[in-house]
Design a protein around this ligand. Structure first.
Ligand SMILES: Nc1ncnc2c1ncn2[C@@H]1O[C@H](COP(=O)(O)OP(=O)(O)OP(=O)(O)O)[C@@H](O)[C@H]1O
Ligand SMILES: [Zn+2]
Length: 822
């Protein structure tokens, strides 16, 4: 008998042991998917993580029910990465698996059941009454039925054991609805039935259509697009859609032509990532500074696997990346190019496709599940060189042989997954992934994370710096605008100071573009009663509501609940509710009324929900169809527009004043990055930063674009107050519906931790938002020495959790950890 450890997508620690029936023993491999019974109710799809000949002690092991694969859907190194992630981020491998695999590959309880046609009831294995009832239902269905549905239709809440027993008696078969879930994309094509060059045949074809008819039109168009008559070109394949567009005919016309035998209609599976645009294959010619940086990176990799490229905004880091990618592709290996946000993939994809054509693969969460399964399978099936551009989840793809990992804008907090588990940082996971493959890593940024720059300066990472913009352009001029003083002078109109308005206007006059950055989406972040001061709050969360004009609703940005705007204040019953402050909608509205002839675009979460949302906005702005782009943090980084000469930071204070030890780091990076969008192709970039606190020390560094000076100040603070990179932070989160219970539990957890870890423990505290989605929240902070073993901490935390669970002290509580919070 052999046993396998199966990884299941459930939030329970560890893997689960199952036995393998003799008949299946030869078909079992690591990385195969299997269907296994789980608990009393369910079947799950799991992945075989390992095999062992040793039976577990003390309990009865169940058989696996079905093997789904004939080859592994997960590679060995992926499993290794999942385990690393579960260990490091203090979650379960099942949670990692859930995040890692596209839904089309992991079919939780969507197991399908059908009757086994060969089944005959044996006298010693009669079906019970319940089984008969279920069996009759199944036999009455034409198609195989999902497990859940059978339970519902037959009224058995606990359908799992019944099916299990039917399965044992050989009465039913189970399968996964994989084929139906995962649909490959097919395209319809049309071709002439005559061979190229067969003019006789062609004449006959023309004879069979009436002159001036739709069929003739279609025939002419088909001849043209397929290059049928051209001697200098091979016959081209023509899609039905293209033919219809060119000739203006309908599918019926084409079908009629097929019936006559003039054309063939055929279907072909098309790859979702084929690229038919122009491929030059030419690498950008590097400037002297870029070429020398490239050279230094290669040299640095001799000694260190991880190197940081700090290059000021618009220094041309992307061009250097392109050369590095070319280098590994030539070696026959693969490259992963991570960006922090999907918005960045659009421009980047174009830049890379021009050089690498269909070797470019894109992967992120806006893709449909079918697309993601497609890409997964493509990478699984081949070890061909390719470059994957993706957001953080791309680290989970089945790479065969990575040679290079690039993490662009490595400082970005968007690399960190906040919720749900695994709460991982895509940058750090990518570094680990690279080391598993023996690949090199390049981290790139104009404003590296303090932790990263520290590691580079202390020799853990290599360090290469580019201090000039491409072509020696100067960095934009930064104006800090004292809004209080401007207001006194009567120069503030709506959200804008006089200077901001003037700069936008001047850029419009020169035919150039502006970007206005506002940290909040919606119309106004606060609603309040002007008579009694009452502030409407979310019923589920401890936050005030943001007014959205587009939908005329007050919306909670934590749980998404919309509320109507009350006509009268619920507290004083007077009609006093007004909205205050600025969000992107309102900035857009005001700038529109100030500059009515300019075309204005807005990019924020609300305008980019569709898959192509970003693309349209970014394309239009690139092409100059809009002159002013208003946006949230999405507009701050990485985008490359040639004609932007003015950048406005509308409310710098909301970025600077945040109660968190990373606040000033985040603020410096964000403002320096958005400033970097200005003057990328000419020397006249200017940035207006509006603030009520102009003497804040950060602004001085920003005006001078002095990253190093800023870093010095920041690292000293971190050392003085004992924060990363000098320690590692782990938050323990405790959530509960009951405010008293959450306090008691958090307090108890913290005091037990203190016994073991002393003053490394602080809290519990209420986080900034202390109640979300009806749960009250407490947070305990652990500061652990960087050289300490995280697995030791993990086992301490686990012990406490188990003790408290056993003494029923954690009842109703949600408990989780956040390692290296951002
Ligand atoms: N060698 C080159 N040849 C032609 N154009 C270049 C070259 N290097 C850079 N550029 C151009 O300069 C601009 C800035 O380059 P790039 O977008 O790579 O900057 P970056 O360093 O990534 O900046 P950021 O940190 O702001 O994202 C781009 O428009 C790019 O096409
Ligand atoms: Zn809410």
């Amino acid at each position: 008998m052999i046993f396998v450890e199966v990884l299941l997508p459930v939030p329970i620690s560890g893997t689960f042991t199952y036995s393998v029936p003799e008949a299946l023993a030869d078909s079992i491999r690591i990385g195969y998917r299997v269907i296994v019974p789980f608990g009393r109710k369910k079947f799950y799809t799991g992945i075989i993580a390992s095999q062992t000949p040793v039976a577990p002690q003390g309990y009865e092991v169940k058989d696996i029910a079905l093997i789904l694969d004939e080859w592994a859907v997960v590679r060995h190194l992926q499993l290794k990465l999942w385990h690393w992630m579960a260990d490091y981020y203090l979650c379960t491998p099942g949670e990692v698996m859930r995040a890692a695999m596209p839904a089309g590959l992991k079919i939780e309880s969507e197991t399908f059941v059908s009757a086994d046609p060969d089944y005959e009831e044996k006298p010693d294995e009669r079906l019970s009454q319940r089984e008969m009832a279920v069996m009759n239902y199944i036999l009455g269905c034409e198609k195989k039925q999902p497990l859940d549905l059978i339970g519902k239709k037959t009224g058995f809440a606990n359908i799992g054991p019944i099916i299990n027993s039917l399965l044992e008696k050989g009465a039913v078969q189970i399968s996964e609805n994989l084929v139906e879930r995962y649909r490959s994309r097919k395209e319809t094509y049309v071709r002439l039935t005559v061979d190229k060059g067969d003019s006789d045949g062609l004449h006959k074809a023309f004879d069979s259509v009436r002159s001036g008819s739709m069929q003739e039109k279609a025939l002419l168009a088909l001849i043209e697009i397929s290059a049928f008559m051209r001697q200098d070109s091979e016959l081209q394949e023509v899609t039905r859609t293209e033919l219809m567009e060119r000739s203006g005919v309908t599918t019926t016309v084409i079908a009629a032509m097929a019936k006559k035998g003039i054309v063939d209609i055929y279907k072909k599976e098309i790859s979702r990532f084929s690229y038919s645009g122009l491929v030059t294959g030419e690498l950008p010619v590097l400037s002297e500074a870029q070429a020398s940086a490239l050279d230094s990176i290669h040299k640095s990799w001799f000694e260190k696997d991880i190197t940081l490229l700090r290059g000021v905004t618009s220094s041309g880091k992307t061009e250097i990346y392109i050369h590095l990618i070319d280098y590994v592709l030539r070696q026959g290996r693969q490259a992963l190019y991570l960006v922090p946000e999907i918005a960045l993939t659009t421009q980047l994809t174009r830049r890379l496709q021009r050089v690498f054509g269909d070797k470019v693969v894109i992967y992120h969460s806006k893709f449909s599940d079918n697309d993601r399964v497609d890409i997964w399978k493509k990478l699984l099936a081949s070890s061909e060189p390719c470059v994957v551009i993706g957001a953080r989840s791309a680290v989970f793809l089945p790479f065969a042989s990575l040679g290079l990992v690039i993490v662009d804008e490595e400082h970005e907090s968007a690399y960190k997954q906040q919720d749900p588990a695994p709460r991982y940082n895509g940058r750090d996971a990518a570094i680990v992934l690279a080391s598993m493959h023996g690949a090199k890593t390049l981290l790139g940024s104009a404003t590296p994370a303090v932790d990263t720059y520290y590691k580079a300066l202390t020799g853990r990472f290599g360090l290469i710096e580019l201090t000039e913009r491409y072509e020696g352009l100067r960095l934009p001029q930064v104006e800090i605008i004292d809004m209080a003083a401007a207001r006194k002078r009567g120069e503030v109109e709506g959200a804008f100071s006089l200077l901001t308005r003037r700069l936008v206007n001047e850029s419009l006059q020169r035919g150039e573009q502006s970007i206005l950055f506002i940290n909040r989406r919606g119309y106004a972040p606060i609603a309040r009663c002007k008579l009694c001061g009452y502030v409407p709050k979310c019923e589920n969360c401890d936050v005030s509501l943001t007014y959205h004009r587009h939908s005329d609703k007050l919306i909670c940005h934590y749980c998404g609940t919309p509320y109507g705007v009350p006509d009268v204040c619920p507290a004083c019953k007077e009609p006093g509710i007004e909205v205050l402050g600025y969000g992107s909608e309102r900035v857009e509205e005001e700038i529109d009324s100030l500059f009515p002839t300019a075309a204005i675009a807005r990019m924020d979460l609300d305008t980019t929900r569709s898959k192509d949302g970003y693309e349209t906005i970014i394309d239009n702005f690139s092409k100059g169809k809009s002159q002013i782009l208003v946006g949230t943090q999405m507009v701050t980084k990485g985008l490359d527009f040639g004609r932007v000469s003015m950048v406005g930071v509308i409310n710098a204070d909301s970025i600077v004043n945040f109660p968190d030890f990373r606040a000033s780091e985040r603020a410096f990076n964000m403002i320096e990055q958005v400033a970097g969008r200005a003057g990328r192709k000419s020397d006249n970039g200017v940035v207006a930063v509006q603030t009520y606190n102009p003497s804040h020390p950060l602004f001085d560094f920003l005006v001078r674009h002095d990253y190093k000076d800023y870093y010095q100040r920041e690292i000293q603070e971190r050392q003085r107050y004992n924060y990363p990179p000098f320690v590692r932070i782990i938050y323990v989160y405790i959530k509960h519906k009951d405010p008293a219970a959450v306090s008691t539990i958090a307090f108890e957890f913290a005091s037990r931790l203190r016994v073991l870890l002393g003053n490394r423990v602080s809290g519990p505290d209420e986080p900034y938002v202390a109640r979300i989605q009806t749960l009250y929240i407490r947070r305990i902070m652990l500061k652990i020495e960087t050289q300490a073993s995280i697995s030791k901490v993990k086992s301490l935390l686990n012990d406490i959790r188990i003790e408290m669970t056993n003494s029923r002290q954690l009842l109703g509580a949600v408990l989780y950890y956040d390692v290296d919070p951002m």
